[in-house]
Design a protein around this ligand. Structure first.
Ligand code: PMV
Length: 368
């Protein structure tokens, strides 16, 4: 939440310092696809995600005395030890937008060091983990400047709100296990501005799940998420879709509460296919899935039918397949991979074995 007192509180930052956070990626089960027009990254429908564990970004933000005064913000950014110009520009532009409410951003030289746990080219969306890590660093820095204690548990709404403004789905990554973002008639605390945690019954359900990410294709996407969201503004089925997402969320929440795995899986798969169907029938139609995406989906559905196993797929805005399954079925899933998808099984760079995780963790400066 934007704190309206921000601009009145004098910022007396320590002259130099560092903050560091490890923040995970997340996988949406109910998809955010479409924004409210003319609003700063507010979603057109509510979404729900599992917070992942092993796919994460580590980020350290150092501040010190400014050395040059040409730019409103003095920023250096190193990704895996090397300057990364595109990523730096994205963060620079975001910081520029934040300057009126976080004036200290212009008062120090800022150096960011960041890295991902997964290969850069793996085709795994990194903006959720990276932008949530950035939001954590910025909010913690703000609290240091106020000489106040930053506690993620207490301040997650503020961090989530800031992460959302950097990259919509990033707002869900700061919440452990399972996050809900976007107003929903059955969840009174739900908000379009930030993600919220859910009650214990839902967290317990989420904790059971693992996500085996099958990397079908690593090449850059032909249409970015931002372009995809924008195309929803003139999409002929937008209103129906937003209504459906709200309904799917009600069904999913009920299924999670009751431990109804079959209904859960049916809705999750319907959401994934709907996301890509929306792309295919958008005003400018486009395809982000590849032939092998369909082969993998087919293999999952066949195996589920013949072996009667609770294994389901979801997709993000790309060709890679997330295979979701309860952890009790670990052995059966690896047997599936070895038998039905041996090209993945034999090549560990084509999958990432992940699971539902506990949210961001602070990092020590010496780990940088
Ligand atoms: O946060 P963005 O703008 O990268 O959009 C994310 C869109 C999906 O991954 C397809 C769905 C979601 O809810 O994460």
């Amino acid at each position: 939440m934007i704190d309206s007192t921000d601009q009145k509180v004098p910022h007396t930052c320590p002259p130099e310092g560092v903050v560091g956070w490890r923040s995970p990626s997340n996988i949406a089960l109910i998809k955010y696809w479409g924004k409210q027009p003319q609003r700063e990254q507010l979603p057109a429908n509510p979404s729900l995600s599992f917070t992942l564990s092993h796919a994460f970004t580590d980020m350290w933000l150092y501040w010190s005395k400014r050395t040059q005064a040409d730019d409103p913000i003095e920023l250096k950014l190193y990704f895996e030890g090397r300057p990364a110009d595109n990523f730096r520009k994205r963060i620079y532009d975001f910081m520029l937008r934040l300057l009126p409410e976080m004036p200290f951003l212009g008062e120090y030289a800022i150096t960011i060091h960041t890295r991902n746990s997964f290969p850069h080219s793996a085709g795994i969306a990194s903006s959720a983990s990276a932008m949530s890590a950035l939001a954590l660093c910025l909010v913690e820095w703000k609290y240091r400047c106020r000489r106040a204690v930053f506690d993620l548990h207490q301040h997650y709404r503020e961090v989530s709100n800031l992460a959302r403004r950097a990259s919509g789905s990033a707002c869900r990554s700061v919440v452990p296990q399972v996050a809900l973002w976007g107003a929903h008639p059955n969840v009174s605390e739900a908000s379009d501005s930030y993600a919220i945690p859910l009650a214990k019954a839902y967290r317990d359900f989420a904790e059971l799940w693992k996500d085996l990410i099958l990397i079908v294709d690593q090449s850059p996407k032909s249409i970015s998420s931002s372009q995809g969201h924008a195309l929803m503004e003139s999409h002929p089925y937008a209103a129906t879709r937003y209504q459906q997402a709200t309904e799917h969320l009600s069904v999913l929440l009920k299924a999670m509460k009751e431990g109804d795995v079959e209904t859960f899986g049916r809705v999750v798969e319907a959401e994934a296919l709907t996301l890509h169907a929306l792309m295919m029938c958008s005003p400018t139609p486009y395809l982000l899935i590849k032939p092998q995406t369909l082969e993998v989906i087919d293999a999952i559905q066949n195996w589920r039918r013949t072996r009667d196993l609770p294994m389901y797929f979801t997709l993000d805005a790309g060709p890679n397949v997330h295979l979701l399954y309860p952890q009790a079925y670990e052995a059966e899933i690896w047997e599936f991979l070895a038998t039905a998808l041996p090209t993945f099984y034999r090549n560990p760079s084509r999958y990432l074995a992940d699971e539902v995780g506990h949210g961001p963790q602070p990092l020590e400066a010496q780990d940088a």
